[in-house]
Write a protein that binds this ligand. Sequence first.
Ligand code: N01
Length: 545
Amino acid sequence: FGARQRTDGPYADNLDIDVLIVGAGFGGAYVLYEMRKAGYSTVLYDAGTSFGGTWRWNVYPGARVDSPVPIYELAIPEVYNTWHWTTNYPDWRELQAYFDHVDKTLELSKDCAFKSVVTSAEFDESDGKWNVVTADGRKAKARFLVVAAGFAAKRYIPGFESMDKFRGTMCHSSFWPNEGIDYKGKRVAVIGTGASGVQMIQAMGPEATQLDVYQRTPNLALPMGKRDLTKEEQDALKPYYPEILAYRERCFAGFHYDLCERNTFDDTPEERQAHFDKLWKQAGFALWLGGYKDYLFDDKANDEAYKYWRKCQSPRVKNPDKARILFPEKKPHPFGVKRPCLEQSYYEVLDRDNVGLIDINEKSGTPIVGFTEKGIKTSDGKEREYDIIALATGFDVVTGGMTSMGLKSIHGTLLKDEWKEGAQTYLGTTISGYPNMFHLYGPHGPTLLANGPSAVEIQGRWIRDAINFATRQKLKYINPSKEASDEWKKRINDLGNLTLFPTTRSTYMGGTVPGKKNEMTCYAGGVNAYKDEIRGKLTDWVGFE
Ligand code: N01
């Protein structure tokens, strides 16, 4: 991360402030804005060098948000009224420029210390303050600690045998250099076909000499529907932004879609076809987030969604061997319980002659057995040679950022040890034993089941109000009770168990890091219900000590 350049202002040693925020993505930016408006002395630490969070790190080829704007932006008028996008699905460069604009408009950086990695944080009950230490030894005291680390702060690299022997270039999607890696005319492998893998494959396939895709599970990808946006059409819509952006919080996933009021088999096959066709035409996440209301609960209903998806996408791949791996007749998992990526030319790129598709699924294919100096070896004894290996293998998702920060409870235990048996939170915003600490866009909130800005604004306002109430009531600290926290965990699991999510290992179930507990990580009752549920607890400190 490099050394800190400054020693003044937010970079000073021995800070003593009201609120310390960790993370400069949407969550951190929003909370900093709210805290300052409320008059608290606030400082934000981030490991990177500017605002953007995940969009500063994930600059791999083809990286582009797959949630449309203006849904995917902050509902802050001074920011959106002075900003225009070039497209409804901006790429990482445009998102970085947007974050620079947020920073400049709200003057956020003056309260930020970048290149500041938190390595330990412990609450002192005697003075009611957090003691936070950074990697370069700075200390800070704060009454409140807000962890806005995001769900993808800690990358996951599988421990393939002899990885260190590979002599070519190897890089994880979230650690791609800003200046890029020249893959034109090179032999490239991509491992992983989640959202990052799909986008990399689309970008690199047409340029590389040879691109091999190592797929463990097919991505049930949907057409993105990307198009250019003009300044005029955005200006015409801006008077309605307050209503459009508020509407997100009334929808299940914080987008502008909602599940349809009918069950799958309420409709005749013809009506069903017409309904699916309508969603398909809308593109984006419509088929996923606007489907029949039972399809994420009832496997038979889910079959209909999968069959429709397969019928639409499979004609795009002519190579029968590839088609078999990409569109199995028996669905690989219920449609929608793993995040369908939004694609533009994914299937045409996979169908190219210079693009290979290797099924590394343990049941149906030939798993990777290890790396060599020159490439990758699979269980059928084949060794393929590469110049570049791109790891699109995801993250220690949702909890990894929080467990890497050295957070210590008032009982002397470390969060990373406590959460070995699974995350434990109250309301997806607080943790028992960690008084006056809040988190957002992390475990047990809507998080991965929600549009990012919608979720962080709901949680950010709640955190602001909790801090306001505690301050006005002169409470030294607030701490959720163990009982309330157990109840919330049960609520998360009960909601999850109503759905088909627990049938499949996925980011919603904690990801694929070996040994990590497979359990529901997000609140599955919907953004709208979540908002009401947590607000109700704040008025009388229900569940807090
Ligand atoms: O990571 P992932 P991601 N051997 O965990 C495979 C957001 N996001 O970086 O499916 C072989 O989804 C794994 O296989 P399987 C988005 O919310 C958004 O792509 O577990 N393969 C999978 O294919 C997303 O959910 C955007 O069988 C292994 C892949 O690696 C989240 O970030 C863009 C393996 C990991 O997929 C993470 O997405 C990018 C192993 N040992 C990301 N281990 C946009 O907005 C894992 N895999 C556009």
